[in-house]
Design a protein around this ligand. Structure first.
Ligand SMILES: Cc1cc2nc3c(=O)[nH]c(=O)nc-3n(C[C@H](O)[C@H](O)[C@H](O)COP(=O)(O)OP(=O)(O)OC[C@H]3O[C@@H](n4cnc5c(N)ncnc54)[C@H](O)[C@@H]3O)c2cc1C
Length: 426
């Protein structure tokens, strides 16, 4: 599937280049023509980006969120730099006031402004200063950019005139818009209506940590698996349409689902006060840290804080042998260790080895607690499981912590196909 997606993207760029070559009769010379090619590639990459982020299930399964986010970032910046090249080359080619007065140009400048905003706020340094919701709202301006660029392209873009070019671009725009409408709106709406999830009860697992049990219709038909997450919207009053991603903290059952939420801000706070009967909108399931990617054999799981939720679901779900699974559970304080009943049951009946690692961090960049500061990160993994390179390793927690575990696991030879992770960040 990854290859098919790559091939489609490369093919689309080749088609665009071929259409440009075929229609190249530009009286204003080479610079203008190269400027148009830059614009065509930019538009094509932008559409590819829209399709990649449309949450199409088989693309998500093939790439996973991490890889998709990387490709999305790369195509986004490439598309934007090509757009800048287009503007510079059109200026050099002497379009002068035409850059403002030709049909559709004001829309094109508005599109550029929207995309500039998206690119600036995507820079890591700026992004981390913004609240998630603000950043997300600004990021949606990319769709506005795609839409506003349309009149300019079709009104004055000479490469959009021939029947083949028109057919290609209308098809590309229709696929991009159709993917978003179908997979980001229609499918979640259909699943929400079909399964009618409501809150059954809310229980406290540890201070500031609550589980929400949900009931619904025909949940056996919901294609969710242990290890996956949904974006949840609880219809409990004002601001309910703001979604938050939470993983399933137990394997999905035919009649019930469970999530477990740490209170860190407004969205998670309101989850802790939900009343039974509250209706729920769902978007998902997403994520590919499921049994589908389990190679078999021994398993080492490393969780930090609330990152334990999808790993707990997987401990119930994966078909590992008796005594062949270890859960390393990292928390800052002893009272943050949750699900002790379930973990004891798993230890007794499936031989799961529980290794709690409690305490403040050993140091910047380390995944270990201070107590083990003498250990090197990779060495600590090896002391947990000397043959860890032959294990399936599952990691979930905050970004920086997850990254340091992944680094250590790679350093001790765990192959990429056996490293499974979910990041609780953005
Ligand atoms: C794939 C995934 C699975 C997750 N699973 C769980 C889980 O099972 N249990 C749990 O307690 N937490 C989970 N989280 C983290 C959880 O989504 C955030 O803690 C929560 O959304 C915070 O929202 P808030 O309004 O309470 O806090 P805010 O103050 O609004 O946000 C606090 C921080 O949470 C992150 N965040 C907020 N909204 C989102 C969003 N829509 N998408 C991604 N990150 C966001 C941002 O880093 C933000 O800085 C998961 C996150 C991701 C990405």
């Amino acid at each position: 599937m990854r290859n098919a997606a790559r091939l489609t993207a490369v093919l689309s760029l080749i088609i665009v280049t071929a259409l440009w070559t075929a229609g190249r009769d530009d009286a204003s010379g080479g610079v203008a023509a190269w400027g148009r090619l830059a614009a065509l590639w930019s538009a094509d990459l932008l559409l590819i980006q829209v399709v990649l982020m449309a949450r199409i299930p088989w693309i998500e399964r093939a790439y996973g969120q991490d890889a998709l986010a990387r490709v999305h970032r790369w195509t986004g910046f490439a598309s934007f730099h090509l757009l800048l090249a287009h503007i510079v080359l059109a200026t050099v080619a002497g379009f002068g006031w035409g850059l403002f007065t030709r049909p559709g140009m004001l829309w094109a400048w508005a599109a550029t402004a929207a995309l500039v905003l998206v690119v600036i706020t995507s820079r890591r340094r700026v992004r981390h200063r913004l609240r998630y919701e603000k950043w997300h709202l600004l990021h949606l301006y990319a769709y506005l950019g795609v839409g506003l660029a349309l009149p300019h392209q079709f009104l004055i873009g000479s490469d959009f005139r021939g029947p083949a070019a028109r057919a290609y671009w209308w098809t590309a725009y229709a696929i991009a818009a159709g993917s978003v409408l179908l997979f980001r709106l229609a499918l979640p709406a259909w699943r929400t209506v079909r399964h009618r999830l409501t809150v059954d009860r809310v229980t406290t697992e540890a201070p500031g940590l609550v589980s929400v049990y949900l009931r619904g219709r025909r949940l056996d038909r919901l294609p969710a698996r242990a290890g996956q997450f949904f974006v949840w919207r609880f219809l409990d009053g004002r601001g309910a349409l703001r979604g938050n991603p939470f993983s399933l903290s137990g394997p999905p059952r035919g009649d019930a689902l469970r999530i477990t939420v740490k209170v860190v801000g407004d969205g998670s706070e309101r989850v802790s006060t939900l009343r039974p009967g509250t209706r729920v909108l769902i978007e998902g399931p997403y994520g590919r840290m499921t049994a589908a990617t389990y190679a078999g054999g021994p398993v080492t799981m490393l969780a930090c804080g609330v990152g334990v939720t999808p790993l707990l679901a997987l401990l119930w779900d994966l078909p590992y042998g008796l005594g062949k699974a270890t859960l390393v559970y990292r928390t800052r304080h002893p009272h943050e260790v949750a699900f002790l009943d379930e973990l004891e049951w798993l230890a007794e009946h499936r031989g799961v080895r529980l290794v709690p690692l409690v305490g403040p961090r050993a140091g910047a960049g380390s995944w270990l607690p201070a107590e083990f500061a003498d250990y090197e990160d990779g060495e600590a993994l090896r002391s947990l499981a000397p043959d860890i390179a032959r294990h399936d390793v599952y990691v979930c927690g905050p970004d920086a912590w997850t990254e340091s575990v992944l680094r250590a696991a790679r350093a001790v030879g765990v192959p990429p196909a056996r490293l499974h992770r979910e990041r609780f960040g953005w």
